[in-house]
Design a protein. Structure first.
Length: 369
């Protein structure tokens, strides 16, 4: 096939795909919200189930609106004493926002982008100040927007199948949903490391790092939910007691060392710099296999995103959550007006396509810029 014919076919396919995704997103936002979020009362608990298992329970603006509205109702309901949020399907709690749909719509409808990020961050802030116990069962993949609807809640329960990451620097974004607040408050420079590299924490490490408040064996989650729902007018202390009982009984990886424990001195040293360039130089000077591996990872990220992220975390370390979310909203809209995000998502979708690798290298700014 000639190169001209190949380009025409690719162009037609991409045009069709964009139209399909936009229509799919609009249908989901307007007509199928109820199927994507299951809301029910179980005993004393209001239970939220993110119900898009085939799409790893990624969030749409319609889902965000429905969750926010229901949380408002349950907060005022005298018969609802706690909230449980979980993901359907067993593979993911929530893999984040529906980035593919967002990227497809972004260049055509800025209003949808504004609504999505504004309402997502409003939900994150509301969860942080919720007046009833909020329990997030972060079983499976928990990234991006999934972190936003869990980490700000009072209780977060990890399992041996939990996988936490904030991978936004790989797609031209930054670790948002309040990442500028909770990441710099983790031990040492761990949050800076996680935010800049997108490093994945698994299983009990999610608890050890401070992302989760408790660790429970996955086979016990259904029983845990039943016991929480069966409580009689529970207080936060009553909920904490139940969670602690399950946490204490868990034996999976109990004696396992934190995956980054032996590297924390290097992380604290290398990632304490005030510029991305100096972090890169610190890693190069360190020269250990761990440092050089992180150097390779960082060199694959969007340079613009790296700089935004470092500044975001430094600024966020002394701000309130609400101040951080306000800052992140402005940053999100700036990123949506740029090109790194759209090229980043496209490159992630077709990582084996040389053309997209060339486009990524052409469009993305260099660190010196």
């Amino acid at each position: 096939m000639r190169s001209g014919e190949m380009w025409r076919l690719l162009s037609r396919f991409n045009s069709f795909r964009r139209t399909h995704v936009i229509l799919q997103h609009l249908r989901m936002s307007k007509h199928t919200d109820a199927a994507e979020v299951l809301l029910e009362r179980k005993g004393c608990a209001g239970v939220i189930t993110l119900n898009r298992p085939k799409l790893l329970n990624t969030l749409t603006v319609g889902m965000i609106r429905q969750i926010y509205t229901q949380l408002k109702k349950w907060e005022q309901d005298p018969e609802t004493f706690l909230i449980i949020i979980k993901g359907a399907g067993g593979k993911a709690f929530c893999a984040g926002g529906d980035i593919r749909a967002i990227s497809e719509i972004g260049n055509k409808n800025q209003k949808i982008l504004q609504d999505f990020f504004r309402e997502e961050y409003m939900l994150n802030n509301y969860i942080a100040s919720y007046r009833k116990p909020y329990v997030a069962l972060i079983h499976g993949i928990t990234m991006g927007g999934g972190v936003g609807v869990s980490v700000h809640g009072q209780f977060r329960v990890a399992t041996e199948k939990s996988l936490f990451a904030m991978p936004e620097t790989a797609i031209g974004l930054f670790p948002d949903v309040g990442g500028g607040y909770f990441l710099p408050r983790l031990q040492g420079k761990l949050g800076y490391f996680l935010g800049l590299t997108g490093f994945r924490l698994k299983g009990r490490d999610v608890y050890t790092a401070g992302i989760a408040t408790h660790f429970v064996d996955s086979e016990k989650l259904d029983t845990l939910e039943e016991d929480l729902s069966a409580l009689k007018a529970p207080s936060s202390e009553n909920v904490a007691d139940v969670l602690e009982t399950y946490h204490t009984k868990s034996k999976i990886d109990r004696d396992k060392s934190f995956i980054l424990e032996e590297h924390m001195d290097k992380i604290n040293s290398c990632f304490s710099a005030n510029t991305v360039e100096q972090i890169i130089e610190n890693l190069r000077q360190d020269g250990s296999s761990f440092a050089l591996e992180q150097l390779k990872v960082i060199n694959k990220m969007s340079p613009t995103s790296l700089k935004i992220t470092l500044r975001q975390l430094m600024e966020g370390s002394s701000k309130t959550l609400q101040e951080v979310l306000t800052m992140e909203y402005r940053l999100s809209q700036s990123c949506m007006r740029g090109h790194d995000f759209y090229e980043g998502v496209r490159a992630r979708e077709v990582t084996d396509c040389l053309i997209l690798r060339i486009l990524w290298g052409y469009y993305v700014a260099t660190l010196s810029d």
